[in-house]
Design a protein around this ligand. Sequence first.
Ligand code: SF4
Ligand code: SF4
Length: 472
Amino acid sequence: MQKDANLSIANPHPKDADVWQKLGLAIAGVGLLVLFLSWGNVPIPAAMGLTIALVGIIGGTTLYAYRLYMRQPAGIKNNGVWFKSLINRGALGWIAGIILTGFYVLLYWYPEYIGYKPNGANEGFVALFDPLSQFFKGKPASQWFLYGTLYTVSILALGIKFLFKYRHNSYQLKRTVSVIIAQLFLAYLVPEILEGLNYNGQTIDGHGIYYDADIKNVWPLDYDFFYGYHLDAMQQEAYQPVGVLYLIIGIAMFLLVTPILTYYVGKRWYCSWVCGCGGLAETAGDPFRHLSSKKLSAWKLERWLIHGVMVFVFVMTAATVYGYFWNTGEVFGLNIYNTFQKPYGFLIGATFSGVIGVGFYPMLGNRVWCRFGCPMAGYMGIIQRFKSRFRITTNGGQCISCGNCSTYCEQGIDVRAYAQKGQNIVRASCVGCGICSAVCPRGVLKLENGPEEKRHDLPPIIIGNKSVELQD
Ligand code: SF4
Ligand code: SF4
């Protein structure tokens, strides 16, 4: 077997990129360059340009990650995590944050600046995606098609990188393959193909009529599930019985499937195995997970915000359903669209989940939305906290207080405080990512499902309990 000259017992973590890593970076760089040039309206044949861009990004990232991680022993490395500019709020981190945030602002509110034209005569960045959109649905791309494609490519490319990095941990491998498959098929390919099969140019309230086949996108995360245009689309005569079936599945998902699965395995079944927001956070956001605040004040803010958004989505949806069935645009004299739907869409659907939720990865960590805003996470968190078999057990005698677990908990949970006491971790916010367990050098932490009565082995650590006073 040929030995890597850079890798030895004395130097198990080679610092310098080898020629293959450089080649991988160059290939991914060419892919990104094509995207950038298309944005500037450089005349690149769209089909060829898009192929180079997507294949380059996925292929180049895979080559780079393979060489980066497979030249090193399996297991977590902490080298330089707090010293790199990009992942420690340095200049590169700020630049990345501004670029991401700016992209979301254009996507939501100024799509014309990335080339989207409502009449189909797209230019620049969006036009690059026209051939793929034509292939799936027989119509030009929208800014959302571009976004969905890039989102899926990010989860795929950086998910592969994640698989190399955490190859020592089978839980990480399984759940990452799961989020990649869920995003690629359930959130992207199946809905796009079905839309193509059903598209007939008709619209309801300006929205195309198609099956919302993304059945993994559950209300209340999928906040417009009960909007009039959506309910109408699913009841279209021509689309039966599938349309009504999707409606029934959607309602069953939040009323039955979500509470039952959360009872048995915790909210991880969704947040860490299925959800697209969680999928992006775990893959593209992985290098930023240590930036989540562990302060008690952040925990307090988290509880107010996430439950506030939950109340908002319940009220907004109740008003929407009332307006739909009573065929009125008002409730208690308040215009339903202007008072409820529009503010929710702007503040939560776009600003919180998109601009802040992803744009602020390099500033606030990778789960800002999941921790502070997602109403689905809030809903499952209440079940997980009070009525679930899920817990993380801690073998306190083995803990050496290194703090790896707390450092890498993306939900800001001070895992070490529990480990030091040998106490089970039962927290509403834990998404069951298992990273705390994967990075523990002593095998202290184990994600388990078991009898409810044994979950609270000690008085739980909660706000107001003296046990947390030393944590801030
Ligand atoms: S406590 Fe562990 S499993 Fe839960 S969110 Fe934090 S790192 Fe993930
Ligand atoms: S539980 Fe493991 S990772 Fe956390 S402080 Fe103890 S030894 Fe370190």
